[in-house]
Design a protein around this ligand. Structure first.
Ligand code: BV8
Length: 256
C-alpha cells in the first residue's frame, strides 16, 4: 500500500536523522551507486521500467565483447544513443546532495557502477568509476583513447583503421585492477556504507556491500524497491535518491 507523500516523507525524516547522526560520527563513508542514481536525470535504468530493453534486446546481451564482435554497428548505435542522452542529462538533486555531503564530512568516497559521468558533472571529486565511462572510446587495435563521438557514421574508426569501442567494462570483462583495489579497499575501511540506486545484481560491484558489512560497516540502502542487498542492510530507506539525499544533507549540515 503506497503511503501518502507526507507520510512517506515523515518516515524518511526519521531515517535521515538516524543515518545523518551516524554520518557525522563516521570515520569514513562510502556510497555505492547504480543506474537508479541517474533515473531522476532522465536516464533509463538497466533492468526496470520502460528503458529495460533496447531494440528488443537486453542490455546484458548488448554490453558484451561478443555482441560488439558480432555487430559493431548495432552496439555502437546503442552506445551513441546513450552517450547523447548522458551528454544532455543534468545531475539531479541526489547527485548534488552527495557532492555537498562530501564537503561536510571527512573521508567520503563515491564508487559508481554508472558510466554516465553525472557524479563528476555534479562536482564530486575522485569518483571511482568501476565500469568506465561512456564519454570515452578506445581503439580495439592500438588502444588509443578519445572522447566518444556524438554524431557521424558508425562504428567509429581510429586513425590507425581499428574499430573504436566504448571505454566501459562489458559483461565477461575484468574490471581495471587498480580501480577495483581502490573500491575494495574503501569498502573494507568504511564505517558507514550506503548502497543507492542499484539492484545489487551485478558482480563484483555488488560484492562491495558484503565486503563492507563483513568488515563491520553500518550499511544503509536507498532504493524505492527491495534489492538483492536489502537483507544484509542495517537500515533500508524506501525512497528515491533525489528526495532522500537532500534530507540527509540537511540533517548533517544542522549537526556540523
Ligand atoms: C567480471 C558498463 C570476470 C557497460 C556494466 C560473480 C563474480 C564475478 C562476476 C560474476 C559473478 N556472477 C556473475 C558474474 C558475471 C557478471 C555479472 O555480474 N552478471 C550479472 C548480470 C549476474 N559480471 C561481469 O561480467 C563483470 N566482470 O566479473 O569479469 C573476469 C575476471 C577476470 C578476467 C575476465 C573476466 C563485469 C560487470 C560489468 C558490466 N558492465 N556497465 C554499460 O553500462 O553499458 S554493468 C551495468 O549494470 C551498469 O553499470 C549498471 O549500473 C549495472 C548494475 O545495474 P544497476 O545499476 O543496479 O541497474 P538496475 O537497472 O539493475 O537497477 C536500478 C535500481 O535503481 C533498481 O533497484 C531500482 O529500484 C533503483 N531505482 C530506480 N529509480 C531510483 C532507484 N533508486 C533510487 N532512486 C531512484 N530514483
Amino acid at each position: 500500500m503506497k503511503r501518502s507523500n507526507t507520510a512517506a516523507r515523515d518516515a524518511w525524516a526519521n531515517e535521515a536523522r538516524e543515518l545523518g547522526h551516524r554520518l557525522t560520527s563516521a570515520v569514513s563513508v562510502v556510497v555505492l551507486t547504480g543506474a537508479g542514481m541517474s533515473a531522476e536525470s532522465g536516464l533509463p535504468t538497466f533492468r526496470g521500467g520502460s528503458g529495460a530493453l533496447w531494440n528488443d534486446q537486453r542490455p546484458e546481451d548488448l554490453a558484451t565483447p561478443q555482441a560488439f564482435d558480432r555487430d559493431p554497428k548495432l552496439v555502437s548505435t546503442w552506445y551513441r544513443e546513450r552517450r547523447v542522452r548522458a551528454a544532455a542529462a543534468r545531475p539531479n538533486a541526489g547527485h548534488r546532495a552527495l557532492e555537498r555531503l562530501a564537503k561536510s564530512l571527512g573521508s567520503f568516497t563515491i564508487v559508481t557502477q554508472n558510466v554516465d559521468g553525472l557524479h563528476a558533472e555534479a562536482g564530486s571529486a575522485d569518483v571511482v568509476e568501476l565500469h568506465g565511462s561512456i564519454r570515452w572510446s578506445r581503439c580495439i587495435a592500438c588502444g588509443d583513447r578519445k572522447r566518444g563521438s556524438l554524431d557521424g557514421p558508425l562504428p567509429d574508426l581510429c586513425a590507425c583503421g581499428g574499430l573504436m569501442r566504448p571505454d566501459v567494462v562489458w559483461f565477461g570483462e575484468a574490471l581495471s585492477p587498480p580501480v577495483w583495489e581502490r573500491a575494495e579497499g574503501s569498502a573494507r575501511e568504511a564505517s558507514v556504507f550506503i548502497v543507492a540506486g542499484t539492484s545489487a545484481a551485478v558482480y563484483p560491484a555488488a560484492g562491495l556491500v558484503h565486503i563492507a558489512k563483513h568488515a563491520g560497516a553500518f550499511v544503509a540502502e536507498v532504493n524505492p524497491e527491495p534489492t538483492e542487498a536489502s537483507a544484509i542492510c542495517d537500515l533500508v530507506v524506501r525512497a528515491p535518491v533525489g528526495a532522500f539525499f537532500p534530507e540527509l544533507l540537511a540533517v548533517v549540515q544542522q549537526r556540523s
